[in-house]
Design a protein around this ligand. Structure first.
Ligand SMILES: [Zn+2]
Ligand SMILES: [Zn+2]
Length: 366
């Protein structure tokens, strides 16, 4: 079909053909300068994530907020102020030929995002940052709120990056253009669905925060005996439980989310799962399939590296791990990425043992 200059472009950008793919094969390819410009643009996205009802208390200064709660968490596992984590920005991935791997990262840049103003970052999280962490309903809510805000922030940026990647077919022929745009459309549809799901979750959590109704969330608290060798925070839509049973499909109209944090509070270590009461049916099944295991500590390691990218570990722990455990973790980091093994029923139902990252003292519902 022949497109007119003023028709909508075939690539679904919504732009006119003449402003989009017309003569794209003759355009200069994307340069390193373009990539750099995009990276800077993403770095400069700053806003405060608090609910509208609190916005009038915002300070205009947006800061680099930590998402792994309690700055002492990362310090407790760092060597020379560095921990091991994965770098997800475009430059790092292209340097490693598309492979994500654990690298040394300074704790000041690990796990930060500019998603809170100075006032709210300080005041809102003061009960969990400035005091020894005690797992109460309110504190566990605060712990789970920040990773959700971070994921909203990160997904918006992923969408921007996908829009940028749409330019990588400049100077290429029509078949290559079509292949790239189709792959990115599929990718972006996934991102847009995640953004929708996250917005529903964030709105409900905003309502809890605005009304102090912390009883609307439940938690599963795993108390640890020693400093956790892995710190992490994030949220997932669990599709399989720890026995490999399917819990939900992501095409359902409403999906259930579980939020998790692995922290050290200066005195105690905790791994905490959190969820909305609305999501109880699915998430309880997920938690129960973990809580009846006698190898919870190893299951948590498998879970984190397969499902979470905001995860940081102790360099000493990592370097002392046997090679087969390191290889297993590296494979898990790549799981679910295009061209690699998808996360499936086996992801959490099989795990190696003896990672030695967590020592479980006791666990309970809160
Ligand atoms: Zn186009
Ligand atoms: Zn604010």
């Amino acid at each position: 079909m022949k497109l007119g200059r003023n028709d909508k472009c075939w690539c679904d950008s919504g732009k006119k053909y003449k402003k989009c793919h017309l003569d794209r094969d003759k355009m200069p390819e994307i340069s390193r300068g373009d990539v750099h410009g995009h990276t800077n643009k993403i770095k400069n996205v700053k806003y405060c994530s608090v609910p509208d009802s609190l916005k009038n208390g915002c300070n205009k200064h947006m800061i680099k907020a930590h998402t792994i709660s309690k700055s002492s968490s990362l310090k407790s596992i760092a060597i020379n102020s560095h921990v091991m984590g994965t770098k997800h920005h475009y430059d790092a991935i292209s340097k490693n030929s598309g492979i994500l791997k654990l690298e040394s990262i300074g704790i000041n840049s690990a796990s930060t995002f500019t998603g809170f103003c100075a006032v709210h970052d300080r005041d809102l999280f003061s009960p969990i940052e400035n005091e020894i962490f005690i797992p109460t309903k309110k504190n566990c809510f605060l712990l789970s709120y920040r990773p959700v805000c971070r994921e909203v922030y990160a997904k918006r940026n992923s969408n921007e990056t996908a829009n940028f990647l749409r330019n990588f077919d400049k100077g290429k022929n029509y078949i290559e253009q079509r292949a790239l745009q189709t792959a990115l459309s599929v990718y972006q549809e996934g991102i847009e669905n995640s953004i929708k799901d996250l917005k529903i979750l964030k709105d409900k959590m905003d309502a809890i925060l605005s009304t102090d109704s912390f009883d609307n969330m439940d938690h599963f608290v795993i108390e640890l005996n020693e400093i956790p060798q892995i710190n992490a925070s994030g949220s997932i839509l669990p599709t399989f439980d720890f026995d490999g049973n399917r819990l939900q499909t992501l095409t359902e109209r409403t999906v259930s989310t579980v939020i998790f944090n692995s922290i050290y509070s200066g005195e105690n270590g905790y791994f905490i799962f959190s969820w909305l009461k609305d999501d109880e049916i699915i998430v309880r099944k997920f938690i129960e399939s973990l809580s009846n295991k006698d190898d919870i500590a190893d299951r948590l390691v498998a879970f984190l590296f397969s499902y979470c990218e905001n995860v940081f570990c102790s360099p000493n722990w990592w370097n002392d791990l046997p090679i087969d455990r390191q290889e297993d973790i590296n494979a898990r980091i790549m799981e679910g990425l295009p061209g690699f093994k998808p996360t499936d029923s086996k992801t959490l139902s099989t795990t190696l043992h003896g990672y030695g990252a967590f020592t479980v003292k006791q666990s309970y519902y809160l």
